[in-house]
Design a binder for this molecule. Sequence first.
Ligand code: MG
Length: 168
Amino acid sequence: MISEKIEKAIIQQIKEEENASRIYLAMASWCDTHGYPGAAAFFYRQTQEERFHALKFIQYLNERGGHAHILDLPNPENKFENLKQIFEITLEHEKFVTACINSLYELAQKEKDFATLTWLNWFIEEQMEEEATVGAILDKFALIGTDKGGFFMLDKELQALAAEPVGE
Ligand code: MG
């Protein structure tokens, strides 16, 4: 049986993963309507990835004898200045999610919940990857500057990244 404190923290994390999913869904829709089909595919994949994370937490909590409650979500932002800003927001958001996962890990240490600690390792690695991927994309924006052809090439690269299977 999972402790009440961990249950509460996981329920909050489910909300964060669902929230991230909706933030990326709004971004995908913006890209889709602003001439970036590759970036749209990238964020349509991201929204599924975050949904997968939420489901992973829900199923884990229920399996451990808890009850995953589904909470209200804030309205996502639908207006963006440009594609670069979208990736800047994404990196900041991923850093926030990393901090949430780290706090959850810290709580599991305090509660001596070794099963949850082990289980959270997957998310710790996942967050490292997410931050590295988005960071590398932002480096490319720095190289491109205002070159239109560069944006076209970057969009193609994002399309290729979107082909990776969700949840791996
Ligand atoms: Mg996530």
